[in-house]
Design a protein around this ligand. Structure first.
Ligand SMILES: Cc1ncc(COP(=O)(O)O)c(C=O)c1O
Length: 395
């Protein structure tokens, strides 16, 4: 047998994930004052990503009380889904919603991609740029035709709303749009209430299916406010998918905790979507991992733990707002971050300036110019502001 006949030989090498490579470079950097603004997790004022106290308490209860670890089924923990629904949908939490538990928001997006491809093999998916780099990697292999449009003006630091509307105006019935509900990754620039209304109207008239990625609920302007634009779209759309992550707002990251919700006004269509989602989940992972979802359920079933969780989430949100306010105060060229939401901002930096930040100032951020604001503390904000201004002057 010739070695060139093998399966592995037929594979083309893949680029390592840029952010994961950045983590490696940061770890290897011996400079004591180095600053990691690359990785996308929340950090407190001590630079830590602690487990929520509500999560620890729920985990203790689970260890003591969980009667079995037998399989639950492809839909996962039904109690988790029931507890989550009012938080996600508010007053829109009706019988028109079907949910399954998924391995993180990523698993939910993956199911959404496969469902879309199964229902509409020729569908076009409208996707604003820049976006979370995993979005195209998830949706393209499903065979969907991705239509990209420019979502963000990095120089002005604003949403390019006109290009969004122009792109949507070319969509036809059965096409889909991927929208981030809040705390846009990587830009932090969300649609305003009026802009959500306009998008909802277009989705309604053109019968476009929205796929909403809700990965940061509670980290922008509060749990309800962060879902308000999305809920407006859901009222307008004949059907929709919501990919939800609990990995940030419960700090469960590695527990891979999320859900996919399908909404349809027509009950037969909802039942059809539900049976297909369950079949896809069964084929992908058979049953989702349990621990994160069980932890969220224990928190949300208990009023005291729910109160503790919302207080911890609110403290995270406040810290992000405070970092944004302090940055804007330190450098007028960073003033825009104050009006943006969540963990990220996408600064207008050339690749050379990103390299200079890393090489001259030991500041690590994504090649796109995305920074994680939670990587900053009261001590490092002035340091970062000075470094940012220096690379802007090409010093
Ligand atoms: C915009 C966006 N959607 C979805 C996800 C997926 O989250 P999870 O870790 O739950 O898979 C992320 C994670 O970074 C994200 O930034």
């Amino acid at each position: 047998m010739s070695l060139s006949d093998t399966v592995f030989d037929g594979l083309s090498p893949q680029q390592p994930d840029g952010l994961l490579a950045l983590i490696g470079a940061y770890r290897a950097d011996p400079r004591p004052n180095k600053l990691d603004l690359g990785v996308g997790v929340y950090r407190d004022q001590f630079g830590q990503t602690p487990v929520f106290r509500a999560v620890k308490a729920a985990e203790r209860l689970l260890v003591e009380q969980q009667p079995t670890k037998a399989y639950l089924g492809p839909e996962g923990d039904i109690g988790f889904l029931e507890c989550l629904r009012p938080i996600v949908f508010g007053a829109h939490n009706t019988a028109e919603v079907f949910g399954v538990q998924t391995p993180g928001g990523t698993g939910a997006l993956r199911l959404a991609a496969e469902l879309l491809a199964a229902g509409r093999p020729n569908a076009r998916l409208f996707m604003g740029e820049p976006t979370w780099p995993n979005h195209p990697q998830i949706f393209e292999p499903a065979g969907l035709q991705i239509v990209r449009y420019s979502y963000f003006d990095a120089v002005r630091q604003t949403v390019r709303f006109e290009t969004t509307m122009q792109a949507l105006a070319t969509a036809s019935a059965g096409d889909a749009i991927l929208l981030q509900a809040c705390c846009h990754n990587p830009t932090g620039a969300d649609l305003s209430a009026d802009q959500w209304d306009a998008v909802a109207d277009l989705i309604d008239t053109r019968r476009i299916t929205p796929i909403i990625d809700l990965a940061y609920q509670g980290l922008g302007s509060g749990l309800d406010n962060d879902a308000a634009g999305m809920r407006r779209v859901l009222e307008a759309a004949p059907e929709a998918l919501v990919a939800y992550s609990c990995d940030k707002n419960f700090g469960l990251y590695r527990e891979r905790t999320g859900a996919l919700f399908a909404l349809a006004r027509n009950p037969a269509n909802l039942a059809n979507a539900a049976s297909n989602i369950l079949a896809l989940a069964r084929a992908n992972w058979s049953m989702p991992p349990d621990h994160g979802a069980a932890t969220v359920r224990v928190i949300l079933e208990d009023a005291r733990l729910t109160e503790l969780w919302t207080a911890e989430l609110e403290a995270m949100r406040r810290r992000l707002v405070d970092v944004r306010t302090a940055l804007a105060k330190h450098a007028s060229s960073l003033a825009s971050v104050k009006g943006q939401n969540g963990l990220f901002a996408c600064l207008s930096l050339t690749p050379e300036q990103v390299s200079a930040l890393r090489e001259k100032h030991a500041v690590y951020c994504a090649a796109s110019g995305r920074i994680n604001l939670a990587g900053l503390t009261a001590e490092s904000i002035p340091v970062f502001s000075r470094a940012y201004q220096a690379v802007q002057r090409n010093d």
